[in-house]
Design a protein around this ligand. Sequence first.
Ligand code: ATR
Length: 270
Amino acid sequence: PDRYAVIGNPIAHSKSPEIHARFAQQTGQNLVYERLLAPLDGFERTVRDFIAAGARGANVTVPFKLEAHALATELSVRAQAAGAVNTLRFSDDVIFGDNTDGVGLVTDIVRNAGVALHGKRVLLLGAGGAARGVMLPLLDEKPAELVIANRTVAKAAELAREFSPPHGRVHACGFGEPEGRFDVIINATSSAIAGDMPPLAPELFGPGTLAYEMMYGREATPFMRFAAQAGAATRDGLGMLVEQAAEAFLVWRGVRPDTAPVYAALRASL
Ligand code: ATR
């Protein structure tokens, strides 16, 4: 069988092996997918050893997505825009780097949640790696407006400046500044890890709003609870996780698995 892995540190908690095993079974693809713990100073060595062992590709997770971007000898347009790589494909002497996170998010919002982004007011919270990684696929949907709000406003301004032309209208601001109701509000900050949320006005949310939390878990995060209280529909990032995996599977194998049963199985096991 062809070999794949997810490489990170830590890696024990990763759900990717389970997801890809289900994809492989469903599509009849002959592959194995393992977990690889790379030392913090040994990402490149881990990848090169894996390639030497005959591997065909890998997913890359925290904290190595920037190193994977630097290691790739070819990059997709979306990986270039993200400045980070979560999917590697190995062939001959080429290390192809891609980023499927943003497409995963957009697919989960548009197809699975059934919420259009085209022509809508979209608020993106955060300006770190997670936010940068989804900018291009979000802008490809042609929202009427994309506002980036961050605790450190200068980082939001930098992201907005980088993506504004030729992609359309992008504004940067602090958490207290956005005004009016948004159609979609995406939390790309890591605030949930601290049991926290960005300080937002409840008026930004309403019955027509989808509040999307990129993190996932058994329980709603503070952002999701606040959004629900303000009347919004909420969704966590489990669907994004499954969709980015499906897109990576497509990059490697040329087939896109059916994500719905895999999402349901994962949700049930949280
Ligand atoms: P990631 O890869 O998860 O994006 P990151 O690049 O370290 O990680 O970025 C973390 C993001 O979460 C940043 O936007 C950060 O805000 P700053 O740029 O001001 O640091 C944001 N963040 C982290 N903890 C937060 C909190 N408790 N409240 C609001 N924003 C927070």
